[in-house]
Write a protein that binds this ligand. Structure first.
Ligand code: SF4
Length: 291
C-alpha cells in the first residue's frame, strides 16, 4: 500500500474512487488494463491522501445535492478498508450533506456501513450494487478468489431487502465456455428476483479483453481451466468483445424473465434510475415505514 496526492476526487459525473488498484483478484478484471496507465502493481493499492477532506470540500461547493457514486474502478471494501475506514468516512459526509449514493462492491464487508445506507436512504436514495457472475460458489472462488462467494453476496442482497435498501445487480462478465450456461443464468435470476433487486445490469453475454487484462486472464485460464486459453485464442484472437456463442439465447431469456418480474434490464433504464436524485417526502417515508 502507498499514498499519493490528488487534488480532486469527484469526477464530472460525480463518481469517485478512493483506492487505485484492488486485491480481490478477479481473473477477468478490466481495471488492470494498460489503458488506465497505472504506474504501480495492481495489488499495491494506492490510497488517495486526504481523500476525505477533498471530498468534503467538493461536496460543500455543490449548490444542489445529487447522486454520487463509488466502486467503478476499485472495490471500496477491499480488506485495507477495515483498517483505514476511508470509505466509511466519505459515506458519513454524503449522509451529513444530504447527497444520494450509489455504491458497488463484491464484498459482504459492505454491510458494515448498513447504518449509513439507511440514513442516506431515509432522506434521499441509496442504491447498493453487487456483482454476481456465477451461481456456483466453487467457481466464484476461482473467478473472484479473494472476495465474498456468490452465496455470501446473495445473502447481502437479502439483508438489504430486509432493510428496504434498493439494490441493483451486475451480471457481468459472462465468460464464454465458463459461466455462459442457461442453468447458471436461470439460477442467478431466480435468486436475484427473490432478493427484490430493482435492476440487473448486463452489457451482453460476453467479456471484454484489452492489453493488460488479457494476459492476466489467460494466465489464470492456464492455471485453472486446462485447454481453455487455446480455445479463447482460436475463437477470439485479440478481439475486444468476446461474445458467448450462446449470447442470443441467453439475452432472450434474460430480457423475458426480467420483464415478467418488472425488473429493469437495460443499462439505459437502470443507469437513469441510478443517476436520478430523489428527495423523500414525509408521505413516502411513512409509506416505506422509514419515518
Ligand atoms: S473487484 Fe473489481 S476492481 Fe477488484 S479485482 Fe475484481 S473486477 Fe477488478
Amino acid at each position: 500500500m502507498h499514498y499519493a496526492d490528488y487534488k480532486t476526487i469527484l469526477s464530472a459525473q460525480n463518481g469517485f474512487n478512493l483506492y487505485r488498484g484492488c486485491t480481490h483478484g478477479c481473473i477477468y478484471c478490466d481495471s488492470r488494463s494498460e489503458c488506465y496507465q497505472m504506474d504501480h502493481d495492481f495489488e499495491d493499492i494506492e490510497v488517495k491522501r486526504n481523500a476525505v477532506s477533498i471530498l468534503d470540500a467538493q461536496l460543500k461547493k455543490k449548490r444542489t445535492p445529487c447522486m454520487v457514486g463509488t466502486g467503478a474502478m476499485s472495490d471500496p471494501y477491499i480488506p485495507l478498508e477495515e483498517e483505514l475506514n476511508v470509505t466509511r468516512q466519505c459515506l458519513e459526509l454524503i449522509a451529513n450533506y444530504g447527497f444520494g449514493l450509489t455504491i458497488q462492491s463484491k464484498s459482504a464487508r459492505i454491510l458494515r456501513d448498513l447504518d449509513l445506507f439507511k440514513e442516506i436512504n431515509k432522506k434521499t436514495k441509496c442504491v447498493v450494487q453487487l456483482t454476481v457472475t456465477t451461481f456456483n460458489d466453487d467457481l466464484s472462488r476461482i473467478l473472484e478468489p479473494n472476495v465474498s462467494t456468490t452465496s455470501e453476496r446473495l445473502d447481502v442482497f437479502d439483508a438489504l431487502r430486509e432493510e428496504r435498501i434498493p439494490t441493483v445487480a451486475w451480471l457481468s462478465p459472462i465468460l464464454p465456455f465458463i459461466n455462459d450456461t442457461e442453468e447458471n443464468l436461470r439460477l442467478i435470476l431466480k435468486r436475484l428476483f427473490r432478493a427484490n433487486v430493482r435492476g440487473i445490469i448486463c452489457f451482453g453475454f460476453g467479456v471484454t479483453m484489452r492489453d493488460g487484462n488479457r494476459e492476466y486472464f489467460f494466465n489464470q485460464l492456464e492455471a485453472n481451466f486446462p485447454g481453455l486459453k487455446e480455445k479463447y485464442i482460436k475463437t477470439y484472437g485479440n478481439l475486444y468483445n468476446c461474445i458467448s456463442p450462446y449470447s442470443a439465447q441467453l439475452e432472450d431469456i434474460f430480457i423475458r424473465e426480467c420483464r415478467k418480474q418488472g425488473v429493469m434490464c437495460t443499462p439505459v433504464e437502470t443507469f437513469s434510475y441510478l443517476r436520478k436524485f430523489e428527495k423523500k417526502s414525509n408521505q413516502q417515508l411513512s409509506f416505506y415505514g422509514l419515518d
